[in-house]
Design a protein around this ligand. Sequence first.
Ligand code: BES
Ligand code: MN
Ligand code: MN
Length: 473
Amino acid sequence: MTTTATMAAVKFAQENQERFVEELKALLRIPSVSTLPEHAKDVRAAAEFVAAELKRIGMEHVRLIETATKERPGGHPLVYADWLNAAPAADGRPAPTVLCYGHYDVQPAEPLDEWKSPPFEPTVRDGNIYARGAVDDKGQMWMHVKALEALFSVGEGRLPVNVRVIVEGEEEVGGEGIAMFVREHGDSLKADVALVSDTEMFAPELPTLCVGLRGMIYTEIEVRGARTDLHSGMYGGAVPNPFVALAQVIAKLKDADGRILIPGFYDKVVSPSADELKAWQALPFDEEHYRETEVGSVSLTGEAGYSVLERTWARPTLDVHGMPGGFTGAGAKTVIPAKALAKVSMRLVPDMTPAESFAKYKAYVESIVPAGVEIEVRMIHSGDPIVVSTDNAYVKAATEAMHTVFGKETVFVRGGGSIPIVGDFVRELKIPTVMMGFGLPDDNLHAPNEKFHLANFYRGIESIVLFLSGVGA
Ligand code: BES
Ligand code: MN
Ligand code: MN
């Protein structure tokens, strides 16, 4: 594609910004919460919405790929599309293929009363669009679709590169469906590079490539005491209380300094290189500002001897997300619950593996079970940690694209979050992955008032137009 054509595509994107936002709003109105079975129809509707648009803009072989099986009746569909007719290079080599990845599922919107405008009624305020999924990841996935539309429209139905699109509906619940598909049908996603826009920029105005993600194991601990709930006056003092037992177990998982107490848990942790640590030190990061404005707690916590960036990017963690069960209504109920549950996850860093980490955790929990209760430790989902290479032409194309749009050099960061399939792109498909995301640190991912800064939505589309043209050139 000539520079003139590329700039025409950028111009097309600029002239159609308003329409792009209206379309995104329609997608955001669909409450595609993948973890809640009652939203299964909405999840499918979101998949169909994305598929219809891919078809409309000119992608080929658009289809939903079902991932539900007997064992996984709740599996959500993948959306697939491709366009593989790009002209070969002058020397006859075939045009490269870019695999565009995103997810159309979202996290639950609760607590609803914390939202200034309802989570599934997208609202624009102060240059931001507010809705569940605005930035994670419907808005960012839409940037891919709109960049492709811009390129098709100025290219008279042709793209400067071969493109495959794969959009999943289970990222927020572990991504098992896409993982199975990649392992069994990896060939049908054959590409030279994967483009993922599901990460953040380090700071406003600062173009960022994410080069590492933490992995995770998400688990449940179930504690059972008496056969049934008991009157706490009649029985209290003589019978086990599962919640107290669970609290005792949880208290032994981590010490007061944030060090995880599971024997051998840190054995496989690889420290970032000296160069990487040096680069992180040069990033514009003010710990006090982070505490005050982003976190809002009286102090920060975590392992001594590590910076906040190391703690969130390069160290494993253990967190408790909730302890369902017992009595949690308004008022008081004097009951000793028969069972208690805790949702506990651990973030993993290279070279930890989910299987080994889970085995160590399970064995340790089973070794500290208090008297009178039985414990079951279950894995809900898991994903591998990953660090991607930066030494390739695609990373260069991405930094050049963002330089044109932002007028600044790109910073390389890691993300503390997880995108389970990225590990499989690298290990199963054996392709480099470019994680070029346009979220901001205060976009409230997974929290009330999630937003996407519209200027970044537009700059993201332009960056992707330039990236795809650059890869094709
Ligand atoms: N987009 C996030 C992951 C992310 C956020 C990466 C910020 C880098 C920076 C993704 O949608 C996400 O939330 N993933 C889950 C995965 C989990 C449910 C397996 C996560 O990290 O909790
Ligand atoms: Mn995401
Ligand atoms: Mn997410």
